[in-house]
Each structure stands twice: as C-alpha cells, then as structure tokens.
Design a protein around this ligand. Structure first.
Ligand code: AOS
Ligand code: ZN
Ligand code: ZN
Length: 400
C-alpha cells in the first residue's frame, strides 16, 4: 500500500482489495431503533437530532451507508416503526439507496403479555401474539423482507411460577402456526437470550432451545445469535461454529457487552472476541454475497450520537472481518495438524494484530468513499442540521 506526500492512502494491494470487497458484499443491517431515543429502565435520554419518524430513522441509516458502503439494509421493528403504507416506505428507503431488511416483532410491551405471549396458558393471549406475527408477515410482504425476527421476553421470575415443559409445548405450537404463514423465501429467525426481563427462566434461553424449536419447523426457520445474550465467559465463537455446521445460523444481532445485554457498539468491549466470531463465520462459509447469515446490529446509543455510533459499529465489523480474512488458514491447518500449539495460536494472533486501517482507507478511496467515514461525518454538517431541524424528536428505541 503506498501513500501520498500528505500520508493519505493512494492505492491498496490487490489481495487486500479482494478481502475488503468480500465484506462489502455481506451487507450489514442497521436497526431502526439505534437512531431513536433509547435508554435503560433508569432513564431515557432525549438527544438533539433524534428522528421524529421512521422515515428520518431511514434517512440516518442511509447516511451511514453513504459514508461506509457497508450498510444497505435497515431492520424495522413493529410497532415502533408502524406506518400506513409500507410499500411507500419501501420506495422511500430505496430512493435513499437502502432497502428494508429484517422485521422485528414485539410481544414484550403489551400488558396482555405480562405472563407470556406465544407461551401463555391462555389461548386467547397466544392467538393475539400469533396474529401480531401475522401482521409482521404482512409487512414483510409489502417491504420484500426475507426475515421475521422473533425475540420473546417470555419467562418467569420464580421457581414454580410456570410449567417449564408446558410452555415449550405451547411455544412450539405457536411458532408452527406462524411458520406456516411464511411464503416464498421468507424465513423466521428465533433469537435466544439467557435472562432479562424474566429473571428465573427465559423460554428461549440458549442456542440449544432455539435450535430445537426451529429444527422442528423446517428449513426456513433459523437461529438468531445476539452476541450480548450469553453468560459471561461463554465461548460464543463455538456456538457460531456449531450453528453454521448444523446449517441453522440465520442471523446475528451484533453488539458488545461488559456485563449483560448492554447493547453497546459492537467490538467496543472486546474486539478480539468479535475477530474470533468472524473467523468462525468465514471458516464456516457464512461470509459474502451468497451468505445465508444476516449481519444485523442490535444496539442502543444511550449517551453517544447515534449516526456516528452506527458508523463506528459497521467500521468495527469491517475491520475485524478484514483481520479475520487475513488469517493464513493453510499455515493454521498445518500447525494444528502438527500439534504446534504456539504456532497455531501465533498464526491467528498475527492476523488479529495486523493493523488494517490504512489498507481499508485506501480501499474506501478506491471506491469513491471517504477514507475516514467518522471524520467525513463529523465535518459534513449533517449532525448539526438534524439537531437544528428535528426539534422535539420523539422516536423511541428500546428504553422508552
Ligand atoms: C432484546 O434484548 C433483543 O436483543 C432483541 O433482539 C432486540 O432488542 C429486539 O429485537 C428489538 O425489537
Ligand atoms: Zn437482539
Ligand atoms: Zn438484546
């Protein structure tokens, strides 16, 4: 890679360009709620420039894609992103150069679901929850979305409160009813989470339960892996490997965590873990244009500006993916076969320690993108404009 007299990148090696192109084909999906006012159960901070409509959320997401070339899809959440005409919303998004991606259901903010939704003992409550998912599938029909993402807050807070087995049986029946409504290439991705908001048990707590439930449905039911949904110390990359090996890794909800489901910027807390996860994605054939694995972010920007927070997120995924693609897999396989412990670890760490930022900057410039998207955004005036124009932005995200 060569640089100009100003130190700006001027060219990128052919080999690295091929690496960077692979990720650009992957497409990262931005969650609409990342641009809304999110928070925690303690406080939702209203920040200037917050979108007042789903259209403004999409406009912010389009800005991220325009500056990075990495994020051409926007995931919606129903009912947070309810509009009268989803066909018009689809056209609006496509007019800005992005597409509508995953449709996320919500059976966790209605009083009716206090004691569960798809698992509830009362058939009328289960029916209400199933029909909500039918409505989400209607949205998918209008937006051309492939994935219906189901995350359930269903669970209990005390031993004895619920019949754990009966809840699984009712869940299986409800999911089958929803699955049968899917058409064409539509998929269901079932997300697991080991706790919260239920604190004794969650009805889809782990990858095994999600895998068991989706395997009973059919080939268009897959597992969604949220990187923040594991107990501390979990080897997440092992789960990634296993689900890819079983052909059931449908999507990621990428974020990072220090303690629980913190929904922080992906890669911010542990870039090495993100690198290891992406290495297993690559090893398992889950990266690139033909990948069946959706790279969705699921994050909340509680204290940082949201658009640059999303730019940083997609750049972190790009950077760790580029490093993972640099792993000399032939040398690694040989060292592994030879039982060369330190050699094998060294091959992986050599790639992880490779600073790819200058090469990525050159790749961006070679594709007419800003070398430094964070700087480009900072000097673009967009943040100041939305803060001036969007007085009283109320679009919520998670916490409100
Ligand atoms: C909740 O903790 C889960 O991560 C959900 O995936 C996500 O936040 C939800 O899909 C938003 O609708
Ligand atoms: Zn999630
Ligand atoms: Zn979560």
């Amino acid at each position: 890679m060569t640089t100009s007299s100003t130190g700006a990148p001027t060219s990128v090696s052919t080999g690295f360009a091929a690496i960077a192109d692979v990720l650009a084909e992957q497409a990262i999906e931005l969650p609409s709620w990342a641009f809304g006012n999110s928070g925690t159960r303690f406080k939702v901070f209203a920040t200037p420039g917050t979108p007042r409509s789903v259209q403004e959320k999409i406009a912010d997401a389009a800005r991220v894609h325009e500056l990075t070339g990495l994020a051409p899809k926007v995931a919606l959440h129903i009912p947070w992103d309810t509009v009268d005409d989803y066909g018009a919303l689809r056209a609006y998004a496509e007019g800005l150069g992005v597409r509508i991606g995953t449709i996320n259901s919500n059976t966790f903010q209605d009083d009716a679901y206090k004691f569960g939704s798809l698992t509830h003992v009362d058939e009328t409550v289960r029916r209400k929850a199933v029909e909500h998912h039918f409505a989400c599938i209607d949205v998918m029909d209008a937006t051309g979305s492939r994935d219906l993402k189901i995350w359930l807050a269903d669970g209990t807070n005390y031993a004895g409160q619920g019949d754990l087995r009966g809840r699984q049986d009712r869940l299986a029946e409800s999911l089958a009813t929803i699955y049968d409504r899917l058409s064409g290439d539509q998929r269901m991705v079932l997300e697991y989470k080991f706790f919260e908001p239920a604190f004794y048990h969650t009805d889809v707590p782990d990858w095994g339960t999600s895998y068991a439930q989706v395997s009973a449905l059919g080939e268009r039911a897959m597992v969604c892996l949220d990187t923040g949904h594991h107990a501390p110390g979990t080897n997440i990359e092992f789960i990634v490997m296993q689900l890819l090996r079983l052909g059931k890794l449908g999507s990621f909800d990428f974020n990072s965590r220090n303690y629980a489901d913190d929904d922080l910027i992906v890669g911010a807390a542990d870039p090495f873990q993100l690198f290891r996860i992406l290495f297993e994605v690559i090893r398992g054939g889950g990266l690139g244009r033909d990948s069946e694995v959706a790279f969705m972010l699921d994050q909340c920007h509680n204290v940082e500006d949201k658009v640059p927070g999303q730019i940083r997120s997609v750049l972190n995924v790009q950077e760790m993916t580029a490093r993972a693609l640099l792993v000399d897999r032939d040398a690694l396989a040989k060292a592994q076969a030879d039982g060369d412990v330190l050699g094998a670890n060294g091959v992986l760490m050599d790639a992880f320690y490779t600073d790819v930022r200058t090469d990525l900057a050159a790749w961006r410039e070679s594709r007419g993108l800003p070398a430094d998207p964070m700087h480009a955004y900072a000097v673009s005036g967009y943040q100041r404009r939305i803060e001036t124009e969007r007085v009283g932005g109320t679009q919520t995200g998670w916490g409100a």
